[in-house]
Write a protein that binds this ligand. Sequence first.
Ligand code: ADP
Length: 574
Amino acid sequence: MKGLMTDTPLLITGLMTHGIRAFPDQEIVTNLVEGGRHRYTFADAGKRIAQAAHMLTKLGVREGDRVGVMGWNTHRQFELYYAISCIGAVCHTINPRLGPENAAYVMTHAGDSVVLFDNTFAPLIGALAPHLKTVQKYVAMTDKANAPSGVPADTYIYEELMAGQPETFDWPELDENTACGMCYTSGTTGQPKGVLYSHRAMVLHALVTSLPTSFGSDSTDCLLPVVPMFHVNAWGVPYSTFLMGTKLVLPGPGMDGKSIHDLIIEEDVTYSLGVPTVWLGLLQYVSEIKGNFGKMKYTLVGGAALSETLIRGFDAHGVGVRQGWGMTEMSPTGTVNNETPEEMAKPLEERIPIQLRQGKPVPFIDLRLVSEDGDLVDHDGVASGHLQVRGPWVLSDYYNFDGQTLTDDGWFDTGDVSVIHEDGRMQITDRSKDVIKSGGEWISTIDIENTALLHPDVVQAAVIGVEHPRWLERPLLIVQLAPGKATNPEDIRQFVCGKMEKISWPDAVEIVDEIPLGATGKVLKTALREKFKGYVLPELRDTSKKNTDMKTGTEGENAPRKKGFSFFGLGRKK
Ligand code: ADP
């Protein structure tokens, strides 16, 4: 028997209507690309969203059209998120850090007909424009006084187009499965692939992530997304903001420690979201200036593994840390790690191992672990497996993609390797392409990196596998030191060895000026693998020693301990 409820579609338009109606006086504050700080209310934003919808319609944008947006977190991009989607078009957020070739590829692959961009990216757009065959119109997201040069001659100016447009719009009632947005994966493992979001998925994701048990805040909070709106919808914050009625603070182009810290203090930020590299930079800045975090209560860390250093760093300032895990293909939220009141009452030392877990799945998301052979793996906190997911905001297929996206039984393989603890919390041990296979054991690069970050002189750490004739692969730890430090690599190695099981001891430590970061602010291991291609571990440089070791089977100082000796890792008990 079917229920007798009205079949009202779940549309982003509904989120917007609610925000404006319930919290008209709440504020949205932006650090402008042109300099200075802009502020207006949800009610003002609603009027501007309607104006933007008229602007887009006059530019010729119709239902189903893809509209490219390359911009920082600003009120203008916020307006476009709603205006584009609510007229039935697709808001394609473009990551400017993809590099020119990939940026041109994604705009062409998506078939963007109009592209709006911030002034920062004018040189990039100017250079790419001759190659962007699908793009008919460009709009610089600024005012006349700040019109950029070097862009196509007929580039429009956002504020000029907005001026005088009506402040209401007759929004269409779309099917809830209509596409509303689009984001491409960062392409670290091949060409970027397009993920096409729907209204229904975004509304459900916003509802679930607004729960107190996810990263929910309320109208007394002030939210600062340091995660960019050009990648995975800034974790859905532009949508959940209207739902939760929180004050929204948008950092514009200022993603450095000082700019973020100024905003936190001056705008009374209570809750912030970002990737670990951003928080490491901020903590470093705050310690340099001997500052504090003002009213900040919580930070949500995701996109890469949370480290003990970050937990301790924030704890020292009385700021709580929650970890979230997800990916572009999951809109992005899959798990959030919340502590129970009992856990929160425990001393920090006991809480850290809990906080290092990526958390329990949020409502409607299912997780499972699968072994190399395709068998299901126990959720016992010991056995690891390929992490697969399903749920209403997990993609079913990539956009215009020739290939299989889901498993035959409808799950998405995340490319992550993890365990699931008996308490239901999932813990990532690695990405399947990063894990190090050494003498029949699987070594977690995340564990070694997090241990290295505990060294007071280390600000960034990355581990890659390098060839070893006997163990197949061994870990090479690459670190970036804090400014002015000249620590000996061997001291860092000894420090890490003193805290880990022998199997995970890095065989060598190399110091670099800067660990490369990718398009989403995460460590770019592909670049490090390229840089250290053919790297010979110190113990192998002396070939006579190596030959003796190989012949006699004597374990050298750095050789791994063989535990249990089970080939090859996944699904086995550690
Ligand atoms: P890409 O960086 O390839 O574009 P995403 O931005 O979608 O991809 O990132 C997804 C990946 O980021 C996940 O599959 C996982 O490997 C990693 N990731 C995200 N959150 C966490 C976390 N909290 N801990 C560890 N890894 C994470």
